[in-house]
Write a protein that binds this ligand. Structure first.
Ligand code: IMP
Ligand code: MG
Length: 181
């Protein structure tokens, strides 16, 4: 794999699609065995997780539902600042086992919003599964149930993740080329 250029930055190969596929298979198997006879609803957080959702769901062999939502920023009151709301959720989640599928957890701000949003949905259980995780950046006291691959604090693109709109179509993961990489 060669370096690629997106906007004015160069990105170098980082994680191959075969390694991603392996990590996803492992996650699906683990969740399957943990949930046993539960019939979960997987909720993918768009846009970044669209490839992950599609590949994950094909590896999950038990009965399940799948849905997609988007988190949209809107201006809250002066005291709350910028908060997010969920767009696109039609299902009644009362009493259901919900598994959130996220592309990447970085600071955990998004995850914090997700917990806040699902607080009043009366779900039976809320599980979090993320394909990528940056442990060096994450400082929240929130539980992440399933992690595909932990990565260093690098900006990555590909496999659904974008850099200012570009790079989502790449099957492999690339990292931002810096002075020392
Ligand atoms: P957090 O709220 O800081 O945890 O960040 C979560 C969101 O930021 C993800 O869903 C991505 O959309 C975006 N993000 C974080 N790190 C990266 C990255 O390395 N590449 C591309 N997008 C990222
Ligand atoms: Mg995202």
């Amino acid at each position: 794999m060669n370096a690629i250029k997106l906007h004015n930055n160069y990105f170098i190969p980082f994680i191959e699609s075969t390694q991603i596929a392996k990590a996803i298979k492992k996650m699906a198997t683990q969740i399957e065995s943990d949930l046993k006879d539960e019939q979960p609803i997987f909720i993918g957080i768009l846009n970044g997780s669209f490839m992950f959702i599609a590949d994950f769901i094909r590896q999950y062999k038990n009965n399940c539902e799948v849905s997609f939502v988007k988190l949209a920023s809107y201006q809250g009151t002066a005291s709350t600042g910028k908060i997010k709301e969920l767009v696109g959720l039609q299902e009644n989640l009362k009493g259901k086992t919900v598994v959130i599928l996220e592309d990447i957890i970085d600071t955990g701000n998004t995850l914090e919003e997700i917990f806040r949003i699902f607080e009043d949905k009366e779900v039976k259980a809320l599980k979090i599964a993320t394909l990528f995780f940056k442990p060096d950046v994450f400082k929240k006291d929130l539980n992440i149930d399933y992690i595909g691959l932990s990565i260093p604090n690098k900006f990555i693109v590909g496999y659904g993740l974008d850099y200012d709109g570009l790079g989502r179509n790449l099957p492999d993961i690339y990292q931002l080329k810096t002075a020392n990489s």
